[in-house]
Write a protein that binds this ligand. Sequence first.
Ligand code: ADP
Ligand code: ADP
Length: 229
Amino acid sequence: TVVLAAEGLGKTYAEGKLHTPVFDGLDFAVRAGETVAILGASGAGKSTLLHLLGGLDTPTAGEVFVSGQKMSALSNAARGTLRNRSLGFVYQFHHLLPEFTALENVMLPALLNGASDADATRRSRDLLETVGLGHRLAHKPGELSGGERQRAAVARALVNGPACVLGDEPTGNLDERTAATVFELMLELNRAQHTSLVLVTHDRRLARKLDRVMELHEGKLREVAKEDV
Ligand code: ADP
Ligand code: ADP
């Protein structure tokens, strides 16, 4: 099954350079449990692609399908619900809420998705234990290390059991060793929970660990053979 797909996807920013498309006519599909790396130079359009796939921005051409549903055919509310249930997001910066504990930060998307307090607490505690933060439940982001904050962000992305996690340089702000650990953690969760991963990275060594590597270059998304990564 395809969990996330794009057909003929294009984006032109209204205020962009001479209204040139960042890309146009991209086709892309991620199957259940599959892991995909997206490489590309700065400015190639990786964040734009991820924002469109995640429904955080609207394409100027083509369609995005999340769990088989055409995003453009849904109301804003239905799109928000589908996004919250089917997708998880991890960014370069953790975006945890500073006033809340690690546990509360992870619980939030579950509560927004209608989970009971007890259920959200149980799932969040389990996930934080899985990512190695069982002893940090009551800590606020300011009391966590950079690696711990990214682990908490990974737990938050998974709390609603998404079909796919989208990561925009999820380890880009970490030192090399911590980055490798957080990356490995995401792969373990992929194997254990069958959650697909689409990760933008410019670390080719990390990209090579995923099932497929794609490169965005001059508006085209092409598959790169593993031995050429
Ligand atoms: P990457 O993530 O690969 O670095 P981006 O998707 O951030 O690339 O950007 C692709 C291109 O689109 C760049 O030329 C960037 O300046 C432009 N761009 C990105 N966001 C906007 C925006 N909101 N408005 C106008 N141009 C944008
Ligand atoms: P990242 O790649 O970490 O997602 P960027 O630095 O590319 O972040 O962009 C940060 C924000 O600024 C995004 O919301 C993006 O849409 C916006 N942005 C990026 N480039 C431009 C641009 N040339 N004009 C206007 N907004 C932009």
